[in-house]
Design a protein around this ligand. Structure first.
Ligand SMILES: [Zn+2]
Length: 52
């Protein structure tokens, strides 16, 4: 699975791991994140992420 990186601050979302602090289960594809997903560090939306 892929890793997506925030263009602003560099925080990474790893599809294999999900994001426990955001309540996202391991194995959740980036495309299936909630519509209100935002970077936990800088707050930008999914539009500002790029596949790493
Ligand atoms: Zn960020």
């Amino acid at each position: 699975m892929a890793v997506y990186k925030c263009d602003i601050c560099g925080w990474e979302y790893d599809e294999d791991k999900g994001c426990e602090e955001l309540g996202i289960a391991p194995g959740t594809p980036f495309a299936e994140l909630p519509e209100d997903f935002a970077c936990p560090l800088c707050g930008v939306g999914a539009d500002s992420f790029s596949e790493a």
